[in-house]
Structures are given as structure tokens and as C-alpha cells.
Design a binder for this molecule. Structure first.
Ligand SMILES: [Zn+2]
Length: 711
């Protein structure tokens, strides 16, 4: 018996501690009062309305600013005292006494956020308040004064961009916080005198701006005044970036400012400083990117900052100060820190080639944000799926928003609380699966690819068996689920049907694959059509149109399945024959299996089924002893200029080491971004064949071939 008691005490202890900190918030009635200034009074009104909105009972909320008969009785009870003070030294302060809780905040945004937090905590103990529409609280209202870990916080997920969510999460949002973003300066220009543009080798080039141009300054100034005012009422941020190329203006004026052929910082700084001086209430940002990588010589004013990219840092693991990418990053940050205290990071939290497959980004984000905090980074733009849906997008927004406020929040507890609140009928299934993703990936200590296809995904963050089980479980529970939760899970299931197809594609004829191989012929497993039909429900969701950042249209993806893969049986005499590579192989393409696995590639995606060679001319050899009946060889090559994929300029075919065919580029047929060569041949009585693919331009082009088809 004593043993039971022993455990009992330890079990109770943490629960007791937790409830004690929130218990005294509960009261019979609530009296909302505020400091006497207009901002605090306005906040008190907002608070009163929010409390009323969540209250299931009448006459329990009173406010000095709202006339109310029972106000005197309310005075005896717990009071909520509010102060909104822009000069507060902290983001917020909480002071709790036995009868009163006093909340002080620095700005309006935090004032609204903290009231939502308070209601979320209160609704747990006082059931006269509904918790409807409230996300779980991330603070526990102990007496303390707190500064958020980052002052600009943007988790660039789809959920953060939805109406009101940035206010609830206390995050920023490109749509509402910035008057100019990225390489968009060209969009605000209407008048185009020649001197607007950069002078390069004594010629004005419209691809780049001259940042000492009077017209460029005047047009930018007009744009700001007309669209965002002088910043006294609402402050905006403006990112001033040269166009996305390496051209730098070396006109007389820009040269005198200090520009060189590779450094545009002097003129860009001159331009930004003029704007910052003209609009002291707005904020202006330069970027440490291409021609503006070098910090300026002079110290920048308080309303100027810099955006630094973290693209060189590994993603998905803790950062180590001793490793080269981290050392370079610290060096860069320190150099800028001498010039400005406003350093924002352009960080990343997605695989931009696959938004739909669940990627665990949160554990590592916590580690990396701690690292950034240590180097006094002020703001984080966490680039992710943005305007497109991603699986677990809502959870990731919620947790990363919390981490940017306080890097020390307990992620596991918040994940559990989020799913309990948002998916009450199936929270256990979702919590278990998502947490297992994070934990398993953390144990691997691998970085995740920012641009990775399914094979890299399976080698890093996704366990095919666990995913498939989760997918099946989800399919089972959706019909039993009700209301909004059912709708959200249907959308998740639709997105995950993409992943199910991808796993099927990558695992070929293995148990989780989509294919049945029968000697030199393949057919598909009937389930494949169901996965595709489930994915096609994307049509019901405007935000679910792409599976990746660029060229990821789901209609195109689905069509590739239908035209290339579902039309079976597919025949290729080469399927069971070993193909030997006689030339050098790219790192991820040591085996040539993709060239005769019986699966065609996707013209829209170089990760899908293509055997890639970027090193040099590719030479392949295989026996013809099993191909004596063959009459034709068909080769498909990916064409994609942006990624430098071109068909070979020449193909040489050697039979028993004698050159038989030399196909030139002119002989190919082009169909939907794929170049197809067809060669008629006769292997009868021969022993082997050698294929040599001559690259378009050595070192500047790659060859991607999906299948050597022989029939
Ligand atoms: Zn110039």
C-alpha cells in the first residue's frame, strides 16, 4: 500500500502546482478597470466585449467604462486592471494579488493577444466561459515582466495568413506589416526616365536600378505617402532590394557614393537613409543578399534594419557554433550588428519541393531560435508554405508563433493542448503521429532537404510504414468524426493521399509500393486508383492546388499518373537486366535502377523517376543476350531550362563495341517537356550494347533519363 501512496503523491504534485497558478483568476464576478488614458480605456472596452462574447452567463462582467447597475457589488470581487503604456520597458507585465490581476502591455497587438490568453486560461477553471474560438494559452499568468524573444515574428504558413489569426497568435504578416516586400520595387515605378536605371559599362540597363536616381527616390516617396501615410498612425516596414541580379550601377554619382562593380551597398544605403530620414516613423530594411551582402561603412539610424538569409545553415538540426556554416553566419551577423540593431532573419521551415508530406520542423526550430536569440536577432520571417496548404500547417503555425514569443515553451505540451482543442474527437491519433515524427527525426540527427523529392524524404524525415498506418487510421476515423473537425481531417487526408502516392511510387513493387512486376511487364495495384481519387478531392479546397513552391500544380501531377502510370500493362524487355554505368555518377545516383524499374518519370518534376547525370557524358552498358527479340529502343529525356536539364546533343549506340547509330538532336520528338528518341535496331546474334549520351554543354547542363525502354 505504501508504494501506491508514494506514487500518488508524485502524480498529484505537478497537477496541484499548475492549477494553483491559475486558480485565483476565477471569481464570482469580474470587474474590468483601466488606467485613465484613452489607450488603456479602449483596451478595457475591448476586454469587456471579449469577456461578454465568451461568457455563457449574464451579469458576471462589469467595467468602469460600461454603465452598469451592479458595479458596486462587483468591486468586492476580483478585478482586472489594464494599462496600455507604449513606454513600458517590457512587452507585458502581470501582477497578481489576492483580489486583482493587473496587466500592463506595450502595444495594442499584445493587449488583444493577452486577453485571449487570459480567457483561454479562465475558461479552463470557470466554466461560465466558453473556450470556443480560443487557442490554448501559452502563458500561465504568474506575476512577472516579460520581453518576447523576437520583436518581429512571422511564421509564413497558410494558417498565419488567414483573417484574424495573426492577431490571435500575436504574429506578423507580410500582407499587413510591409508596404514593400522582396524584389518588388519595380512594381511601384510608373515613370521611367533613362537615369532611373543602373549604368553598367557606360550603358543604362533596365534590369537594375540606379539607387542614387532622384526619380527613383521621388516615386518611392510618393508611393509611401499615397499608400501608407507618414507612419504616425500606423507604422509599416519597407524592404528595399535591388532587382534579383548581380548588376550594380556605376554611374558617376553611385561611384562617388562608393559603389563598385560588385557592391551596391553604398548607393542602396544612401537611398534607404534618405527614406528613413523622411519617414522617421516607418522602418526600412536592406538585405544581405547578392550585391548588398557587404554591410555599409556608416552606422544606420534606429528605423533601418537588415534582412539576412539563413539558407546556408543546415535545417532540422541544432546549430553548432564550431561548424563552418554557423561560423560564417555569426561573422555576418556580427558585421551587420556594428551598423544596425535591427537584424531580421529570412529563415525556413519547409521542404519547398513537397508541402504535403508531413515534415517535422518544430523541435529543430526551437533549437535554432535559441541560437538566433543568443546572437540578438530581432526578428524572424520563417518562410514556409505561405499561400498554399500544407499538412499540419495549423499546428506548426501555432507552435512556431509560440516559440518566437518564448523559445523555452514546452513543445510537447503545446502540441497535445492544440490537438485536444482543435481536434477533440481524434486528438490522440494526431498527437501520437505528429510527436513520433518529431522524435524519430530528432534521433536521426540529420538535416532535412529544403528542396527534396520522395527518396530523400524517406531517407530523412518520413517513415513509410508509420505514415501508411496513420493514413489508414485517418481514413477509418473520418466517417465517424463530426462537424468542423471532420472537414479539417478530410482536407488533411486529401493532402496525405499525395504522400501515399509518392510512397507507392518510390517503393515500386515492394509491399507499400504501387506496382506489380511480372518478368518484363508491370501492372498497378488496384489501390493506386483510390489514392489518386482521394487526392483529386483537392478540387474542393482553393488553398490545396500545389504540392510544392514552383510548378507544383496538383492537376498536372494527377494527370502524369493517369497518362504515364495507370495505363498498364507496361512492357520493357530490359526490366530484369543489369545496367552498368561506365562513366562517373552523381552522388545520389550510384545505382542505375531508375533506368529500368518499369516506371516512367514526371515531366513536371525532376525528382520523380529521373536518373540524373550532371557530371559529364554518360556511358551505359548492358547485355543483349536477353534482348534478342527486341526491335526498338526508346529513350526519354527531361527538358527543363530553369534547372538546366537538356536532352543529350548526341547519342551513340555501340553494339559489341561497334558504333551502329549516332542520333543527333534534330531526330528527337518533343512531347510535354520530354524529348523522346526512338531507335530501331536488331540485337539478334549480339552480346552487348553500349549507349553514350553526349551532353549539350559540359558543366552547364544535366541529363535526366527516366527509362531505357526496349521492346
Ligand atoms: Zn547610379
Amino acid at each position: 500500500m505504501w508504494r501506491f501512496n508514494y506514487f500518488f503523491i508524485f502524480l498529484l504534485f505537478p497537477i496541484f502546482c499548475f492549477s494553483q497558478s491559475t486558480y485565483s483568476l476565477k471569481s464570482d464576478v469580474y470587474l474590468i478597470t483601466s488606467a485613465n488614458d484613452s489607450k488603456s480605456k479602449e483596451w478595457a472596452n475591448y476586454t469587456y466585449n471579449q469577456f461578454e462574447q465568451q461568457s455563457l452567463e449574464k451579469n458576471i462582467i462589469y467595467s468602469t467604462s460600461v454603465e452598469n447597475a451592479s458595479y458596486k457589488d462587483a468591486k468586492k470581487n476580483n478585478g482586472i486592471y489594464l494599462v496600455l503604456d507604449p513606454n513600458l520597458a517590457y512587452d507585458y507585465c502581470i501582477e497578481k494579488t489576492s483580489t486583482k490581476i493587473s496587466l500592463k502591455v506595450k502595444n495594442e497587438k499584445t493587449s488583444k493577444w493577452i486577453i485571449n490568453q487570459l480567457l483561454a486560461v479562465l475558461s479552463k477553471t470557470d466554466h461560465r466561459f466558453s473556450s470556443h474560438n480560443l487557442l490554448p494559452a501559452i502563458i500561465d499568468f504568474k506575476t512577472d515582466c516579460i520581453n518576447f524573444d523576437f520583436s518581429y515574428r512571422e511564421p509564413h504558413f497558410y494558417y498565419n495568413l488567414q483573417k484574424n489569426n495573426a492577431a490571435i497568435l500575436n504574429t506578423n504578416n507580410v500582407e499587413t506589416d510591409w508596404g514593400l516586400w522582396g524584389h518588388n520595387l519595380h512594381k511601384i515605378i510608373t515613370k521611367k526616365p533613362p537615369t532611373l536605371y543602373a549604368e553598367v559599362n557606360h550603358k543604362r540597363l533596365p534590369q537594375q536600378f540606379c539607387f542614387s536616381s532622384v526619380s527613383l527616390y521621388q516615386q518611392t516617396l510618393n508611393y509611401i505617402v499615397n499608400n501608407y501615410g507618414n507612419g504616425k498612425k500606423v507604422t509599416y516596414r519597407f524592404m528595399i532590394m535591388p532587382n534579383d541580379n548581380k548588376l550594380v550601377c556605376t554611374c558617376k554619382h553611385c561611384l562617388s557614393l562608393g559603389n563598385t562593380t560588385s557592391n551596391a551597398t553604398p548607393a542602396v544605403t544612401y537611398f534607404i537613409k534618405k527614406l528613413a530620414e523622411r519617414f522617421p516613423n516607418h522602418h526600412f530594411f536592406t538585405s544581405a543578399y547578392l550585391t548588398t551582402k557587404t554591410p555599409p561603412k556608416e552606422k544606420l539610424t534606429k528605423n533601418i534594419g537588415v534582412m539576412i538569409s539563413t539558407i546556408e545553415l543546415p535545417k532540422g538540426i541544432a546549430l553548432n557554433e564550431q561548424q563552418t556554416p554557423s561560423r560564417n553566419f555569426i561573422k555576418q551577423v556580427n558585421a551587420w550588428k556594428e551598423k544596425t540593431e535591427n537584424i531580421y532573419l529570412w529563415d525556413y521551415a519547409a521542404n519547398f519541393d513537397d508541402y504535403l508530406t508531413p515534415i517535422p520542423v518544430l523541435y529543430a526550430l526551437q533549437e535554432q531560435l535559441r541560437f538566433f536569440k543568443k546572437f540578438a536577432i530581432k526578428g524572424v520571417f520563417l518562410n514556409a508554405n505561405g499561400y498554399d496548404y500544407a499538412s499540419f500547417d495549423d499546428l506548426k503555425t501555432f507552435i512556431s508563433a509560440a516559440l518566437m514569443l518564448n523559445t523555452e515553451v514546452n513543445i510537447d505540451n503545446l502540441i497535445k493542448a492544440f490537438f485536444q482543442k482543435e481536434y477533440p474527437e481524434n486528438h490522440a491519433l494526431l498527437t501520437n503521429y505528429y510527436l513520433s515524427l518529431e522524435k524519430n527525426f530528432k534521433a536521426k540527427r540529420k538535416k532535412y532537404p529544403l528542396y527534396g523529392g520522395i527518396r530523400e524524404i524517406l531517407n530523412t524525415y518520413l517513415d513509410a510504414t508509420a505514415f501508411t498506418q496513420f493514413y489508414k487510421d485517418l481514413e477509418k476515423i473520418i466517417p465517424k468524426t463530426t462537424g468542423n473537425e471532420k472537414e479539417k481531417l478530410k482536407k488533411l487526408f486529401t493532402a496525405l493521399s499525395y504522400t501515399r502516392l509518392q510512397i507507392g511510387y518510390a517503393l515500386e513493387d515492394k509491399p507499400l509500393g504501387f506496382l506489380i512486376k511480372n518478368n518484363t511487364q508491370t501492372t498497378i495495384k488496384p489501390r493506386t486508383k483510390q489514392w489518386l481519387a482521394s487526392l483529386k478531392a483537392y478540387k474542393n479546397y482553393p488553398e490545396l492546388k500545389n504540392y510544392k513552391e514552383a510548378d507544383g500544380a496538383l492537376p498536372v501531377y494527377c494527370e502524369a499518373w493517369e497518362t504515364n502510370l495507370l495505363n498498364t500493362p507496361y512492357k520493357n524487355f530490359l526490366i530484369n537486366t543489369k545496367i552498368e554505368l561506365l562513366s562517373e555518377a552523381d552522388e545520389s545516383f550510384k545505382t542505375t535502377r531508375l533506368l529500368n524499374n518499369g516506371i516512367l518519370g514526371f515531366a513536371s518534376d525532376y525528382h520523380q523517376g529521373w536518373y540524373i547525370n550532371s557530371i559529364g557524358n554518360m556511358v551505359l552498358k548492358f547485355t543483349t543476350l536477353t534482348l534478342q527479340q527486341a526491335k526498338t529502343i526508346k529513350l526519354r529525356f527531361l527538358m527543363h531550362e530553369k534547372h538546366k536539364f537538356y536532352p543529350p546533343k548526341k547519342i551513340e549506340l555501340y553494339i559489341d563495341d561497334v558504333l551502329k547509330e549516332s542520333k543527333l538532336k534534330e531526330n528527337l520528338i518533343i512531347e510535354n517537356g520530354v524529348a523522346i528518341y526512338t531507335i530501331n535496331l536488331n540485337f539478334s546474334g549480339t552480346e552487348n550494347v553500349k549507349l553514350k549520351f553526349i551532353q549539350k554543354e559540359l558543366g552547364k547542363s544535366s541529363i535526366a533519363c527516366d527509362e531505357i525502354q526496349i521492346f
